[in-house]
Each structure stands twice: as C-alpha cells, then as structure tokens.
Design a protein around this ligand. Sequence first.
Ligand SMILES: Cc1cc2nc3c(=O)[nH]c(=O)nc-3n(C[C@H](O)[C@H](O)[C@H](O)COP(=O)(O)O)c2cc1C
Ligand code: SF4
Length: 399
Amino acid sequence: METDKRKGVVLFSEYNRGEGIKKAIAQSREDILFEIRESKLKGRGGAGFPTATKWMMVAAANSEEKYIICNADEGEPGTFKDRVLLLEYPQLVFDGMVIAGYVIGAKKGIIYLRGEYEYMKKSLEDYLETMEKDNLLGKDILGKKGLNFEIEIRMGSGAYVCGEETALIESLEGNRGEARNRPPFPVTTGYLGKPTTVNNVETLASIPHIVDKGGVWFKKHGTDKSTGSKLFSVSGDCEKPGVYELPWGSKISELLDLVGAKNTKAVQVGGASGNCIPKSQFQRTLAYEDAATGGSIMIFNESRNMLHVLKNFMEFFVEESCGQCTPCRIGNVKLLEGVKMIEKKEFTFAYINQLKDLGRTMQVASKCGLGQSSPNSFISILENFKEEIFNGNGGHNGK
Ligand SMILES: Cc1cc2nc3c(=O)[nH]c(=O)nc-3n(C[C@H](O)[C@H](O)[C@H](O)COP(=O)(O)O)c2cc1C
Ligand code: SF4
C-alpha cells in the first residue's frame, strides 16, 4: 500500500513510519503544541482554522474522555486527495492521529470514511493491525506507560453535509446528519458531548512531518499566511489530471502549466462551493489570503458552457441541502430557478441582481458552511462570465 512514487516538498517528502510518534512521545505535549503553532499549520478541510489553537482548546478541556476524529468524508465535488493519502500514505494519517491523541489526551480516534470509499476499509483495517503489532497503537504505545490509543473506522453514507464537522458528529452518534447550533463547539462539546477535535485527513498527515522535521522547516514552504504545501486534486480539461503537491502561494497559471491544460477559460477553485476564476485572473495565487481552496481544482476549456457548469453545481446544492434552515433550503432552489430562467432566456437583469443579493444573504444567514458557501459559484460565474452567459451564443431576451 505504501509507495514513494509521488514527489513533493512536505507531504510527499520522505517519512519513516512511526518516526513522528517516536519523536512526539520523547517530548512534552506542550513542546509539540509549540512546534505545531510555530509551523502555523491551518486546517486543510476548507475553513483554514489554526490546528494548534484547536488542539490547545481540546487539550485544555477538563474531561477524562476526549476524541480525535479524522474527517475523511471528502464530499466536495472535484476532491480526491484524501483518498490518495489514505491509500498511499496511511502512515502519515494514522501517525498524525496517534500524535493528536497523545497531545490532547484522547484514547480513541475515529476515521469517518466517505461511503464511496468502503472498498478501502479492509486494507486500512489491515494496516491498523500491523500498527498494533508494532506497538504503534494499543496499550503503552512504544513503551510509553499509560499512552493508550485505538482507531476505529466508521462509514459515512454519502451525504455532502456530513462532511461538516457537527453534522458528522451527529451522524457518528447515529442521528440524522444535520449541522448543530454553535456554540457550543466540538472542542468542548463534540462526539458524545465530549471534547473533540475534528481534522481533515491532510491536516493530520502534515503532523508527523512537523514533529519529525520541525515547525520552522514546515513554514519555509508557502507564504507567511499560508505555510507549507497543499495537495490539489486536479480534474477537467487537462492532459494530466491527478493529485499534485505544490507550496501554497503557487500561481494558478503554474498549476495549469504543470497539468498540461490548454485553452483554459475557467478554473473552479475550491469545488462547487468555491469560486470560479476567469483567465484574466490566472496570475492569482493559491493561498488562504487569495484563491483559497480545500484542494479541488476543476479546469474548463473554451469548449465548455459556463451556464451548464453552474446549473450542475446548483442542482448539487439543492439535492444536498439538509433543509434545516430557510436561507439554504429555499435559497438554493431560487438560485437554480434563476439559472434555468437564464437558460430559457426568460429573465430580467433586475431579477438576476436580486438573486445575487439573495446569495449574499445566504452567505451570512445560513446555519452552516453549506448554505454559506453554495452561492459562491452562482455569484462568481455570473459575474466573471457575464459576456458569455448574457451576450454570447446568439444573445438573449433578458431586459
Ligand atoms: C458542507 C460541508 C462539507 C464539508 N466537508 C468536509 C470534508 O469532506 N472533509 C473535511 O475535512 N472537511 C469538510 N468540511 C469542513 C469541516 O466542517 C471542518 O471544518 C474540517 O473537517 C476541520 O478540519 P481541519 O481543521 O483540519 O480543516 C465541510 C464543511 C461543510 C460546511
Ligand atoms: S445551511 Fe443548508 S445544509 Fe446547513 S443547516 Fe442550513 S439547510 Fe442544512
């Protein structure tokens, strides 16, 4: 299962299984937290929350029972980098979980695995067994008295919203996957009401490298605000789709060259819930402070119809909205209706502008990240491709 065929500056750089755990348990929890804070690692699941801060809050929580959850739901359209990490670099993800367990004082880790990844469950369980045999999991890990940690794999069932951390926790507890009100946050009141850290696969996979090579080494890569590297899942119109590791701060144009993209007209950065970047902005950088992304990069060439692309995204959100709050439940339906009106050339610009305002309202009024981000593609595609959508292809009847 392990392979070293991929090359990259951080995640795909050399790492020996167990090395991070060995180094971690030789240090105090505070020292490791210091190192992670020094690295300025931010969560790779999309929101970019500083990992050290989250772990400090769980470490500080007063409870005998704490949990570490690895978010492997990977439901954002166009994302498949966590699959590669789990299949080819399980040593990074699992060592990262054990280190997290040590630092925050949790005895149990759970991987919430995307329903469609059922096929890899057995091989992951086999891998966990080898870790137990080598005393990297289980009781008194690597001889450290009282350091006990186990990992369980639990399956998701294919709902996009279950990637949202509180809906994920609801789902793990056997309830309908719906976002919770926050506060309280999972760091104090998470799985089974206990302090919990939910982290993306890639975030956890970065930890052993940071412990092994240091926070300063990590932040040498990337930019000041976006340290380290990022895995990009590249799909669409290019010669070499796949998973690429690049330092944060790389330009969109550099990534396009790397993957052999020709005649590119648009790049959807951050999946269906991200923003659509036109050619005039390909010099922008992939970074939290510029074009932020959890890793999904979809490339569209000149042959693509951007209204069709947008319709596809909005159909996805209408389907995936959990329906709990009105801005998202009704808003996404209204935005999709708007797309269909444009398609039939039965719209007014005044109404389309009202829909954009509705989208902006959804961004602030929706209960969870799904409804807060679903209008992004509606707004960015209609604004960045208005020539094509409203004037191209033989004109329109809009007023
Ligand atoms: C609708 C929705 C889906 C999400 N899906 C995922 C996912 O598949 N994987 C993930 O790591 N985070 C996902 N997130 C973000 C999580 O809520 C959470 O921020 C993340 O797991 C925290 O990990 P990090 O701090 O390591 O990034 C999703 C958020 C929303 C709103
Ligand atoms: S924003 Fe959407 S997915 Fe999130 S709680 Fe509201 S209806 Fe559900």
